[in-house]
Design a protein around this ligand. Sequence first.
Ligand code: ATP
Length: 312
Amino acid sequence: MIEVRGLTKQYGAVRAVDDLTFDVEPGKVTGFLGPNGAGKSTTMRMILGLDRPTAGRALVGGRPFARLAEPLHVAGALLDAQTVHPGRSGRDHLRVAARTHGIPVRRVDEVIDSVGLGPAARRRVRGYSLGMKQRLGIATALLGDPAVLLFDEPMNGLDLDGVRWIRRLVRDLADEGRTVLLSSHLMSEMEQTADHLVIIGAGRLIADASMQEVVRGEGARRQVRVRTPSLDQLAGALLRLGLRVHPTDDGDLLVEGATAETVGDVALEAGVAVHRLTEEHDSLEQVYLDLTGDSVQYRVSSAPALAGQVRR
Ligand SMILES: Nc1ncnc2c1ncn2[C@@H]1O[C@H](COP(=O)(O)OP(=O)(O)OP(=O)(O)O)[C@@H](O)[C@H]1O
């Protein structure tokens, strides 16, 4: 579990993180989203004790990370895959990390296997692709078998196979009961992977809610697509109920803000045949753009009681 309370970071005139409060719970993949410069990396660095907060605190497993006796056993992180010594092999990098943290060296070969680094592990990091460096960074994070994992843009530089591998990995880690905080700019990936979302903008909390609540919750736009041979008749019946309808180029009717149930019932009452009836929701990408767009009036939620809400 990660607990963030009133976390704030001021860099000169820039307030990079502004009174953030949220929890990252075990057994879930929590997506951490925000536009460039929103403060995600700064928040992760403060959680890991790499930056000192100007105010507030972050606890990992109930304690500040910097005060943990065996930090790699509690939390593992991939922040910047480029920071590995280029002259060492991946395997040596992991062996050094294992030795300095009291982790048995046999664990090194286990994590090499689990991230699929295989024979490349014996080559110098200098020759690694970005994707291989990402795998090595993830191997380092997993080394201490920690209950908490933070991954900052782990899909960067990975090919489709790599992206699918990360998706499975974070799912498995969460299913094992671990706490997983994952930042990514790939909205479609996030939509498939995360169970919960923490969205920030300009250092402030915009949403702290389940994926369902964000994309399908109150305030989310939804519409029903209906196909009928009696389009005018159904449109008329829906309009009489005060619903907004739009015909599409391919001959369907879009009904705004309605459920499939309502549209089906209206069609039945009007004696109109229905050949297709589908509820459509905004994609995470659309919701995210709405939430973080310049026009959005950011409203700050610092009280834990407001968790589970999406501020639109
Ligand atoms: N060491 C620093 N000194 C001064 N300003 C900093 C420092 N680190 C970050 N900032 C500023 O703090 C703000 C938040 O940056 P941060 O890197 O945390 O955002 P981010 O959400 O991770 O962005 P990105 O998605 O681009 O990685 C930005 O305005 C950035 O310029």
